[in-house]
Design a protein around this ligand. Structure first.
Ligand SMILES: [Zn+2]
Length: 148
């Protein structure tokens, strides 16, 4: 898919809902987080986080943490595509890289330790990456039909 014509590849209903989200300014905090990657939050019935990887205008990869995102493109991702097309984002890539490159590993470890206690989502991602015996929570797999 390409930012210029992604509409062709997504169900019309989802395209129009995503466009409404974009038009009503429900895409917030769209940030460039690395040379080719972007992150945004989209306000809906809940707050969702969308990740997009671009190669020029080609959409290489995208992800939304809403329950609808099991294969098909959701309206939150579509809303972010529209905002990316409008080039309406903050560039945080240099800043993030600079901070991370200069961090001492003790500080990083303390930071991660703290997040592991407080942030269930982060803990889940951490275990998925590093725990050999990792198993998905059953409720993470549940599909809520209420999202499209
Ligand atoms: Zn979504």
């Amino acid at each position: 898919m390409n930012l210029k014509d992604f509409e062709k590849f997504v169900e019309a209903k989802i395209v129009s809902r995503g466009y409404e989200y974009f038009k009503h300014d429900e895409v917030r905090k769209l940030e460039k987080v690395s040379e080719h990657e972007f992150s945004a939050v989209v306000l809906g019935s809940e707050i969702y986080t969308v990740y997009v990887k671009l190669n020029d205008e080609t959409i290489v990869e995208y992800e939304c943490d809403c329950p609808y995102d099991y294969g098909d493109t959701c309206k939150h991702a579509v809303a972010v595509f529209y905002k990316l097309r409008a080039k309406d984002f903050t560039d945080s890539a240099e800043k993030l890289k600079g901070i991370l490159d200069n961090l001492h590993h003790d500080s990083l470890r303390a930071f991660v330790r703290n997040l592991l206690k407080k942030d269930r989502k982060f803990r889940h991602e951490f275990l998925r990456e590093f725990d050999e015996d990792f198993e998905e929570d059953e409720f993470e797999e549940e599909f809520d039909g209420d999202y499209y």
